[in-house]
Design a protein around this ligand. Structure first.
Ligand code: CO
Length: 197
């Protein structure tokens, strides 16, 4: 297959396993752009398919980047289904967090532009550091532009919670985790209350 070298032997030989955990060097490197002409190809479609399956397998997960599956390429997926909104947890009320459902979004080689630089700080988490959360300041609105899984140009003006997800996933493509940007005094074990009983 053309471009077999793109994703490397680790992809074709081993497939994609569980979500990589903090400490794994693949989460700390800068992801490479997908080469021109590869964006709509079979390998990138397979990678996107694996990301979407993993996203939907991980209960409550709303975004996932290729490095989190061990593939250091600039690809991420995001999705916020209505059913997840219905069980959004306290303490911050949903209106304050500006959580609105959105359909599956796929970005290959995305770039980010800040549209509204007001900062909102709410708790967020990451499947590469499960069981914890911390408040992270994120911009109110961003524009993300790139290619979709078919290699076609696509863009999205995301605001509120969707903008938070985009900024979190874009950070993954630069080797940045939310713990690098968090208000560290808000870092919490999600089960701290149960564990204290
Ligand atoms: Co994450």
């Amino acid at each position: 297959m053309a471009g077999r070298g793109l994703l490397g032997a680790w992809w074709w030989a081993r497939g994609l396993g569980p979500v990589r955990q903090v400490g794994d060097p693949v989460l700390r490197g800068a992801a490479a752009p997908v080469a021109a002409g590869q964006a709509g190809g079979a390998e990138v479609r397979a990678l996107v398919g694996a990301l979407v399956r993993a996203l939907r397998r991980e209960e409550g997960c709303v975004g996932l980047s290729a490095p989190q599956l061990g593939v250091p390429l600039q690809v991420f997926v995001a999705e916020l289904p209505e059913r997840l909104l219905r069980r959004a947890p306290p303490p911050a009320p949903r209106p304050a967090r500006q959580m609105r459902a959105f359909p599956l979004r796929v970005f290959v080689n995305p770039t980010l532009r800040v549209l509204d630089a007001r900062l909102l700080s709410f708790p967020e988490g990451c499947r590469s550091l499960p069981g914890f959360s911390a408040a992270v300041p994120r911009y109110q609105a961003v524009l993300v532009e790139g290619l979709n899984e078919a290699g076609e140009e696509t863009s999205w003006e995301a605001s509120g919670w969707a903008a938070r997800i985009v900024q979190h996933e874009m950070d993954h493509l630069q080797g940045i985790l939310y713990i690098d940007r968090m208000d560290s005094k808000t870092f919490a074990n999600l089960r701290w209350a149960q564990l204290a009983e």
